[in-house]
Design a protein around this ligand. Structure first.
Ligand SMILES: Nc1ncnc2c1ncn2[C@@H]1O[C@H](COP(=O)(O)OP(=O)(O)OP(=O)(O)O)[C@@H](O)[C@H]1O
Length: 258
C-alpha cells in the first residue's frame, strides 16, 4: 500500500513497563509472584483479551491498570496518567479507566438509576439534571431503562451487569476493563452481555478483557494475550494465537479448552 506516511503512528493509550507484583505469605501459605516483569502496550481503540490458566495473573494485571492493586515495581501509564505515581488522583483515574467486575459491585441501597447518576455527580461534578439525562440514555442503550427504579437485589445478574456497564460508560472513560464480566451469569444471560461488549468494541472503545469466553476472544479481540505463571507468554492476533500457539504452555492450555 502506498501513502503509508500519511497514516498516523499507532498511539499507545496503555503502557505497562516491567511490572512486578508479589503477594506476601499468609500463615503457612508462601508468598507468590503474581506478575513477573510484565510488559504490555495497548493502542487507542484496540480490543485486547487476556487468557490463561487459573492463577496466571490475569485479574491481577487488570487490577493494576486502575490501581486496585499496587505494583511492587514498574510503571503503568494510561491516557496520559501515570497510574503507578502515588500522587495520581484515584477517583479520577478510575472514572477514566472504567472497570466491570464479575460480581457487578453496584450500590445495593441505590436504584439502578441512582447507581448511574451518583458517580457522575461526585466525580464528574455534573448537575443533577445532566447526570440524570445521561444515566437514562445509557440505561436505555444497555437495555434496562424499564428497570431504572429497581434496586440491584430486584434485578437479574445480567440486568445488574448492564447497569454496571452503564455506570462505567457514564463517566466517559478512555478505556474499559472487563474482569470476567460474564463468569457469574446464568448461561442465558451471557450472550447479551457479550453482545454489549462487542457493540462497545465496534464503537471504537479501547478495551482490555479477562474472559474465559474463547468465542469472544476469537471474534472480537484485535489481540489475544496468553499469560502463565505471572508472565505474558504470547501476544498476537487471535487467529495466530488460537491456530498456531508458539509456546508449549499455550498449546496445552488451548487444547484443554477446545
Ligand atoms: N489478594 C491476594 N492475596 C494473596 N495472593 C493473591 C491475591 N490476589 C491474587 N493472588 C495470587 O496471585 C496469583 C494470580 O492471581 P490472579 O487472580 O491474578 O489469577 P487469574 O489468572 O486471574 O486466575 P483466575 O482465572 O482463577 O481468576 C495467584 O497465585 C493468586 O493466588
Amino acid at each position: 500500500m502506498t501513502g503509508a506516511s500519511t497514516i498516523a503512528p499507532d498511539e499507545a493509550i496503555i503502557d505497562v513497563v516491567g511490572v512486578r507484583k508479589t503477594f506476601p505469605s499468609i500463615g503457612s501459605r508462601g508468598g507468590c509472584v503474581a506478575l513477573d516483569d510484565v510488559h504490555m502496550s495497548v493502542r487507542r481503540g484496540e480490543v485486547v483479551v487476556i487468557i490463561g490458566p487459573s492463577g496466571s495473573g490475569k485479574s491481577t494485571l487488570l487490577r493494576t491498570l486502575n490501581a486496585l492493586v499496587a505494583v511492587d515495581r514498574g510503571v503503568i501509564r494510561i491516557a496520559g496518567r501515570e497510574v503507578t505515581d502515588p500522587k495520581t488522583d484515584l477517583p479520577k483515574l478510575r472514572a477514566d479507566v472504567g472497570m466491570v467486575f464479575q460480581h457487578f459491585n453496584l450500590f445495593q441501597h441505590k436504584t439502578a438509576l441512582e447507581n448511574v447518576v451518583l458517580p457522575q455527580r461526585v466525580v464528574r461534578r455534573r448537575s443533577a439534571s445532566e447526570a440524570r439525562d445521561r444515566a437514562l440514555a445509557l440505561l436505555d442503550r444497555v437495555g434496562v431503562l424499564d428497570r431504572q427504579d429497581h434496586y440491584p437485589g430486584q434485578l437479574s445478574g445480567g440486568q445488574q451487569q448492564r447497569v454496571a456497564i452503564a455506570r462505567s460508560l457514564a463517566m466517559d472513560p478512555s478505556v474499559m476493563l472487563f474482569d470476567e464480566a460474564t463468569s457469574a451469569l446464568d448461561p442465558e444471560m451471557i450472550g447479551g452481555i457479550l453482545d454489549l461488549m462487542r457493540g462497545l468494541a465496534e464503537d471504537g472503545m479501547t478495551m482490555v478483557a479477562v474472559t474465559h469466553e474463547m468465542g469472544f476472544a476469537r471474534d472480537v479481540a484485535d489481540r489475544v494475550i496468553f499469560m502463565d505463571g505471572g508472565a505474558v507468554v504470547e501476544s498476537g492476533a487471535p487467529e495466530a494465537v488460537f491456530a498456531n500457539p508458539q509456546s508449549e504452555r499455550a498449546r496445552r492450555f488451548l487444547s484443554q479448552i477446545h
